[in-house]
Design a protein around this ligand. Structure first.
Ligand code: GUN
Ligand code: ZN
Length: 490
């Protein structure tokens, strides 16, 4: 039997995968549009034309309403929704988190999802909100664990079973919960109760929650970020190893007259132009869209196009080994996303273990790039260079450099490396000619380390006048430091 989840390509913590379900295989990362069984703005089967490969709906809403429930039991979930691809069903836990209780037990809702033929079944986990006392988070986690263990014993057929990871805003609880569930062998791992973090733009904490859960899970398991539907944060979440998202946002935003872009959301009333090439935005002007009778539906359609366009770009970026460049661009859309990016790179040591050892050219996109996993990896490998005799370190060629025993190139944010490696990854990096403070900090500290690791070599560092950094004083103590404009002109 082949695995339920197969990974085809990787970049940073992100991956392109194939998830097998009873109603077909889906390529990840992907978004599952949320379908409300009561209201259908866009017919489910039409979702495919936007790029949707799998939908998600709420089994509790179906269970509670007799008209829906009887049709679902008779014709199945796929018959009820009129969709023949994979469908994931949620359990009512979200209603539990909003209303405080639900009129169904874990066993009842599991049995119902099984009967109606859900492709991915979710137990009745307890979504513990952020910032609660540690004790409450721990206690609720214990109840969730019991229900999940019961679910794992109960669901044994070919339907997939999800094991939601809870633990509030405590990374240690998230990691503990994840490693416990890892041993129980769920098919998909949703990260739960993150909606409040996303709603209040707490992306730095979201990054810590995702990283903690991922560290507890097997790197080969598919991960779903529950309730994440805004495309501006997909790249960041994918880089951390999230494979599935679900979007009610496309419809909720449309109802409010909001127009989604990867750089944020506009209110349609405030738009004079439609900055998107989708069929809706090509056909209508901003004014026509504002006045359209079916404005809500048109906005929902645009929102879905924008959502899936980003998924395709993310997948292409993974193929190209350019995911982190995309993440760095996207995280400039909002300062709180930038905080998320900074947090992402505090996990670079972990990401470095997941990141392919060679990939396409590294692009320096700003001070955060200095903390990328590739740069960290170079710093850890400095011991591999063994240098003796006279050594010159320079940026671009200088006169007389060939008379030295060793020629090294200085490139921020990496540091100094032997010239013969210039075309080799990651030294073939595209970097700014005018390194900023962060890039210089990493590069100069690595250069200093290299000098200290090679006491048998005598170093000359030909430095640019623009390089202003306190570490240059330290380098001066161990090497001859000459500014390029003062370099001998024979
Ligand atoms: N939808 C949004 N968050 C959650 C969660 O934590 N658990 C479940 N089951 N559904 C959700
Ligand atoms: Zn559009």
């Amino acid at each position: 039997m082949s695995a339920i989840f197969e990974i085809l390509d990787k970049d940073a913590g992100g991956r392109i995968g194939k998830l097998k379900t009873p109603h077909g295989t889906v390529e990840t990362p992907t978004v599952m549009p949320v379908v409300n069984p009561n209201i259908q703005l866009i017919p489910p089967n039409e979702m495919k034309s936007f790029g949707a490969e799998i939908l998600i709906t709420n089994s509790y809403i179906i269970y509670r309403k007799e008209e829906l429930r009887s049709v679902a039991l008779e014709k199945g979930l796929h018959g009820l929704l009129g969709f023949d691809g994979p469908i994931m069903t949620d359990s009512g836990s979200f209603q539990l988190s909003v209303y405080g209780s639900v009129e169904v037990t874990n066993e009842e809702i599991l049995g119902f999802q099984q009967k109606i033929g859900s492709d991915i079944i979710v137990p009745l986990d307890i979504p513990t909100p952020p910032d609660v006392h540690y004790r409450r988070a721990e206690e609720e986690l214990a109840v969730t664990a019991e229900r999940l263990e019961a679910a794992r014993k109960f669901i044994t057929g070919e339907q997939l079973l999800a094991g939601p990871v809870q633990g509030s805003t405590y990374p240690e609880l998230r990691e503990k919960a994840a490693s416990h569930l890892r041993d129980l062998n769920f098919d998909v791992y949703p990260l739960g109760a993150v909606v409040p973090l996303m709603e209040s733009y707490r992306y730095a904490e979201l990054v810590d929650v995702i990283a903690a859960a991922k560290k507890g899970l097997s790197p080969t398991s598919p991960v779903h970020l529950f309730g994440a539907g805004h495309p501006m944060m997909f790249a960041l979440a994918v880089a951390l190893g999230c494979d599935l998202f679900d979007s009610a946002a496309y419809a909720i935003y449309a109802k409010d007259g909001r127009y989604i872009t990867v750089n944020g959301t506009y209110h349609i009333e405030k738009l004079n132009y439609l900055p998107c090439p989708c069929p809706i935005c090509s056909k209508y002007t901003a004014d026509e869209l504002k006045k359209a009778k079916n404005k809500e539906e048109l906005l929902a359609r645009h929102n879905l196009y924008a959502t899936f366009a980003e998924i395709r770009l993310i997948k292409q970026s993974i193929r190209d080994g350019k995911l982190l460049e995309l993440v760095e661009q996207r995280c400039r859309a909002h300062p709180k996303l930038l905080d998320g990016l900074k947090k992402l790179y505090t996990h670079s040591a972990w990401l470095e273990q997941l990141d392919p050892a060679t990939k396409s050219t590294y692009f320096y996109c700003g001070p955060e790039s200095a903390s990328r996993p590739e740069v960290l990896r170079f710093g850890k490998r400095l011991e591999r260079f063994s240098l003796e005799g006279s050594a010159i370190i320079r940026t671009t060629p200088v006169k007389g450099e060939r008379s030295y025993d060793q020629l090294l190139i200085f490139k921020a944010p990496f540091g100094a490396f032997p010239a013969e490696m210039e075309e080799v990854y990651p030294f073939n990096a595209e970097v700014s000619k005018f390194p900023d403070y962060e890039a210089l900090s990493t590069a100069l500290s690595n250069t200093l380390k290299l000098i200290e690791l090679n006491p048998k070599a005598k170093f000359t560092f030909v430095c640019e006048r623009e390089f202003e950094h306190p570490l240059l004083e330290k380098i001066k103590e161990k090497a001859e430091l000459v500014y390029r404009d003062a370099w001998k002109k024979e």
